[in-house]
Design a binder for this molecule. Structure first.
Ligand code: HSE
Length: 312
């Protein structure tokens, strides 16, 4: 038997929502798991990339054995029902660029889990799958929108359970996704964050995150322009993302631009706008990065509403 799951890219954090907010985007990975009948064949992991999603070096660095993140997630699911995975063939068809802050690892973890769950006769419900995916990823802000679609707030509680709610993103707010041609691993982007932060910075984020949730809920552009600010991760990551400071500065005083944030751990960036010239956004970002010899793929996208889908 064989099951395929199509999973969207995700952008986590959204400025002040570090490790708890994320949205799904219409770029997809498809993960197929097949139980092979020949005993003793072990696991086989194949990666296929579409377009320029994965460059050769990164491709070579992805483990193809039990250390692969998809295999780890699948193993946790089997173990949770007292079984061990045996002969499995895992195919990953990748469209989501890797190490760009667009949730490529969350997508393969979610795809692997949903496919394996279906193969096992669906023993785990959505909440249980979300807990395992969060355990593997370390934070729920990519895996939650990857499973559910839309714009999601999620929190992993001390007992391991994940609480999540979907928020309605205003249709008329445009999201321009700016993907530079250089990589930044989440591990490196997390290693520059301090163990502790000043109380004033924690309060700053609590204020802005609550504004952000209200602004989205009430489609309040004026509030959103204030809300999309962060002091917990972006200032520390600025040094790892050439052009980030200049891009943010370029839009700071443009009324139609509601904000500009790092996508996940970076280096991609999102520009959120309302009734603003989208070509101007694209050329501004492109010019700044080109000035630093960085090429970029820049597209305005709608949020992906549905999330992971099991293909029949
Ligand atoms: N919230 C995580 C981070 C997302 O910013 O490190 C990484 O994918």
């Amino acid at each position: 038997m064989k099951v395929s799951v199509k999973v969207p890219a995700t952008s986590a954090n959204m400025g002040p929502g570090f490790d708890c907010l994320g949205l799904a985007l219409p770029i997809y990975n498809t993960i197929t798991i097949e139980e092979t009948v020949l005993p003793g064949t072990g696991i086989e992991i194949n990666l296929m990339s579409e377009e320029d999603a994965i460059d050769e070096m990164s491709f070579d660095n992805i483990p193809r054995d039990e250390n692969n993140i998809v295999y780890k997630a699948v193993e946790m699911l089997y173990n949770s029902i007292g079984q061990e995975p045996s002969e499995l063939k895992i195919n990953i068809q990748a469209q989501i660029p890797i190490t760009r802050g667009l949730g490529s690892s969350a997508a393969v973890v979610v795809g692997g889990l949903l496919a394996a769950n279906k193969l096992l006769g669906s023993p785990a419900d959505e909440t249980a799958l979300l807990s395992i995916a969060t355990e593997v990823e370390g934070h729920p802000d990519n895996v939650a929108p990857a499973i559910l679609g839309g714009f999601v707030m999620a929190s992993q509680e001390d007992d391991g359970s994940v609480i999540y709610r979907k928020l309605n993103w205003p249709e008329e707010w445009d999201i321009t996704v700016c993907i530079p041609d250089f990589e930044l691993s989440t591990n490196i982007a997390r290693s520059v964050l301090p163990e502790q932060v000043p109380m004033q910075d924690a309060i700053f984020n609590a204020k802005h995150l609550s504004m952000l949730v209200h602004a989205i809920d009430t489609k309040d552009e004026k509030l959103m322009r204030v809300a999309l600010q962060d002091k917990l991760h972006q200032p520390y990551r600025e040094k790892l993302v050439p052009g980030m400071k200049e891009i943010m500065e370029a839009f700071r005083h443009e009324d139609g631009v509601l904000g500009c944030v790092l996508s996940g751990a970076g280096p991609s960036m999102l520009v959120i706008s309302y009734k603003y010239d989208l070509d101007k956004i694209k050329s501004t970002v492109r010019d700044i990065w080109e000035g630093q010899s960085i090429k970029a793929d820049i597209k305005t996208m709608k949020i992906e509403p549905k999330g992971a889908e099991i293909l029949e």
